[in-house]
Design a protein around this ligand. Structure first.
Ligand code: DGT
Ligand code: CA
Ligand code: CA
Ligand code: ZN
Length: 579
């Protein structure tokens, strides 16, 4: 499991790529790509780089996909000294928070560098100053519209300040949980809060434990890997600041209170208030310590969380639904839906290979998918217009599909569907020759260009692609990037209506920075009856593990199994994909 080093190094490599890409000479482009690929590969790695290096040295590092001699030397240097000279040197030239600034709409590394050189912008604060003084639009290549887009994007980003992607927080929370269990001082350890509810971004990590030696657990927790500083320490609660950038609360509770404490600290707050009101109506009092009757007896002593809901007249409530969006009334009337689960997912209908911008070959993607328990994938590389992603033209697709056919012949109990992620062009046309498009087993249509189009126009563009009758899935329908840009201002219900009538599924893209469409979008469109496809959009073998975040998002939107395309067995699916 990733102990934080991988994240830090991947971020450094990405920043090196950012800075190198400012200087656009042809020779550099190759180097930029090498750093990006290495960063992508390291982010998806299960093992900690420091462990790999400890066991097998530089040779071990070089076995990682996309990590060559130069980069592995730099990683070695960082592991041994805590510094990377190449990074330090480039950062001296551009002392800029690229990580944050390049997440702002309309800003790539080059524009960020120009803002630095002309206006001294280095971070969000100095960027805001430049916006307030209305100086940006005068820079070459900027203009009024760009300045406004930047300003909007900054205020959007600010509402997320201090939050982290679920995809970053979850593995860290799981690492901590396992560490505490292994320490032998804790009996039960569970992750609570927004992570347990699978919210796309989280403010902090909440962990709940029981122990006979509370002080020892707290000490172990405060001293573990990944802690930057101890913020607060007490016998019941310890808060630390983690190196990944957020706080983590550990609460140790008595064994007999564990069920009620887990219910309380899972939240969310508004859900809890409603549950407590129901308890009051029944003459009971619910808090984190128990469920008490009017004589002060704890009825929930030693009971699990599910028991509490049942006692109050509800079916046990999936954590993902606890957002006070009507779930309590539903539970009281016995109508909680049966949500799709990770084990229902039979295949993945949006994946990439190194034939376009992925890290791995199709054979490696197939083995990884099989290990993830899947029985089919659609291979969906980018089409020709998307040059930055090494998009493929029809000829390259034909050659590639011949290789896929050969591989399929050899496979038993697994099937590769021949597909593509076809760009939806500016006017709604699809970026592939119609004959080839119709011959695909699975066609994902996605928008990757002209993202700032006005909402009505974007809605029309997308509906035109849906009504072409040639695509099966609308990829990442709103284009949102968590902690980054908002989705396009489309009319998602209109899009869902069109999708339903044309037998097109809406994707729930499981990539942690997308989770697109969102849980609230899902709720908005659910009544149209449209189908969904929960896809990883894997760009490397490590990305299949992200499917769980897509499933979490679906569950937050109350999606039932029958609505999800890729819960189907292959034979049934193939019939539905025909067009
Ligand atoms: P986050 O951390 O912003 O992503 O969201 P949460 O939901 O994890 O919120 P957090 O960490 O402040 O608190 C964890 C849970 O503890 C929360 O979901 C419900 C419970 N909780 C915290 N403060 C209160 C409160 O004042 N009243 C009630 N009823 N519950 C609370
Ligand atoms: Ca929290
Ligand atoms: Ca908390
Ligand atoms: Zn894709």
């Amino acid at each position: 499991m990733d102990g934080g080093t991988n994240k830090i190094i991947a971020r450094m490599l990405n920043q090196i790529a950012d800075i190198l890409s400012i200087d656009d000479s042809g020779g550099i482009r190759f180097e930029v790509r090498a750093y990006r690929r290495a960063a992508l590969s390291i982010e998806a790695l299960d093992e900690d780089l420091a462990d790999i290096y400890k066991e097998n040295g530089v040779a071990g590092l070089m076995e990682i996909d996309g990590v060559g001699a130069g980069i592995s030397k730099s990683i070695e240097e960082y592991i041994n000294t805590g510094k990377m000279r190449k990074y330090e040197k480039l950062k001296r030239k551009y002392p800029i928070d690229f990580d944050t600034l390049t997440r702002i709409e309309g800003l790539g590394p080059k524009r960020v560098a120009l803002l630095y050189e002309k206006l001294g912008v280095t971070d969000l604060k100095t960027l805001k100053r430049a916006i307030d003084s209305h100086r940006i639009h005068k820079l070459p290549g900027f203009g009024e519209k760009t300045e406004r887009i930047i300003a909007d994007s900054v205020s959007h980003l600010e509402s997320d300040v201090g939050r982290l992607l679920l995809g970053d927080a979850m593995p860290e929370a799981e690492r901590i949980r396992e560490f505490l269990l292994k320490s032998g001082h804790a009996v039960r350890v569970e992750i609570a809060g927004s992570i347990r509810r699978m919210r796309g971004t989280v403010g902090d990590i909440d962990i709940l434990a029981t122990s006979k030696r509370s002080a020892m657990v707290m000490k172990t927790f405060a001293g573990m890997d990944g802690v930057e500083e101890v913020v607060l320490s007490g016998p019941k609660k310890t808060t630390v600041k983690l190196k990944i950038g957020i706080h983590c609360d550990l609460r140790v509770v008595e064994e007999k209170s564990f069920g009620t404490a887990l219910q309380y600290f899972t939240g969310n707050k508004f859900h809890n208030v409603k549950v407590r009101t129901i308890a009051i109506r029944k003459g009971l009092k619910l808090n984190e310590y128990g469920l008490f009757d009017n004589k002060g007896r704890n009825l929930a002593s030693g009971k699990e969380e599910g028991w509490i809901y049942e006692k109050l007249g509800m079916a046990p409530m999936p954590p993902e639904m606890r957002e006070d969006r009507g779930e309590i009334d539903l539970a009281l009337s016995g109508k909680l839906p049966e949500l799709v689960g990770i084990h229902d997912i039979k295949g993945d209908l949006h994946t990439h290979t190194n034939d376009s911008d992925g890290m791995n070959g199709i054979d490696e993607m197939v083995s990884a998918a099989r290990s993830a328990g899947l029985s089919y994938i659609a291979t969906t590389n980018h089409t020709k217009s998307l040059r930055v992603a090494n998009g493929m033209d029809e000829k390259r697709f034909s050659d590639y599909f011949r290789r896929v056919d050969k591989l399929n012949e050899k496979l038993e109990g697994f099937r590769i569907l021949k597909g593509a992620e076809i760009d939806i062009l500016k006017g709604g046309e699809l970026d592939m020759d119609r004959e080839m498009l119709c011959s695909l087993d699975c066609a994902v249509g996605s928008v990757h260009s002209y993202l700032n189009m006005e909402g009505n126009e974007m809605t029309k563009r997308i509906i035109k692609a849906i009504e072409s009758g040639t695509i099966n899935i609308l990829g990442h329908p709103t284009g949102r990037i968590l902690l980054g840009r908002e989705g396009y201002a489309v009319d998602i219900e209109k899009i869902a209506d069109a999708a339903k009538s044309n037998n097109v599924a809406l994707e729930i893209n499981a990539s942690p920075e997308r989770l697109d469409i969102s849980d609230s979008n899902i709720m908005e469109v659910y009544e149209t009856g449209v189908r969904f496809a929960i896809n990883s959009d894997a760009h490397s073998t490590g990305h299949f593990k992200n499917l769980r975040y897509g499933v979490g998002t679906a569950r937050r939107g109350w999606v039932e199994k029958g609505r999800v395309l890729n819960t189907m067995e292959l034979n049934k699916l193939i019939k539905i994909l025909q067009r």
